[in-house]
Write a protein that binds this ligand. Structure first.
Ligand SMILES: [Zn+2]
Length: 132
């Protein structure tokens, strides 16, 4: 039986882009945690909830890479999606550097993979079911 090959890659972004994405979020998380603590001290519960949600969201984004693709087909689908949303990525740079793409590994049935353009919100299932 032919063994399934794994294709492991990191999110296809330039080194500068990755550094730009991760570093600020870490700083923001630290900063948010300090603000949350200050707000807790002041018992401003509504603002605390808001910041906690924002913080959780940022932490979630950090956990999403690196990504493992299960086949060349998935990698190709991912690259194709990125190519399609290149303009989004460029516009994001002008918009304060939003995360261009994220890949979600589904926790449900199988290993469903979804790539999402963080700029326009479009998402695509890139799962290659032939490798299951
Ligand atoms: Zn897009």
């Amino acid at each position: 039986m032919k063994q399934k090959e794994d294709f492991e890659v990191t999110v296809k972004l330039s080194k500068e882009a990755v550094a730009d994405i991760v570093k600020p979020y870490k700083d923001v998380i630290d900063s948010l945690e300090k603000r949350i603590q200050r707000l807790l001290d002041n018992a401003e519960s509504a603002k605390i909830r808001e910041l906690e949600i924002e913080n959780a969201h940022l932490k979630h984004l950090l956990e999403m890479s690196p990504v493992t693709f299960d086949s060349e087909k998935e990698l190709k689908a991912y690259k194709k999606f990125c190519k399609k949303h290149e303009k989004c990525q460029l516009s994001a740079k002008e918009n304060g550097g939003k995360v261009p793409y994220i890949v979600l590994n589904g926790t449900g049935v199988g290993t469903c993979k979804k790539v999402i353009c963080q700029v326009c919100g479009k998402e695509q299932d890139i799962t290659d079911i032939s490798v299951w």
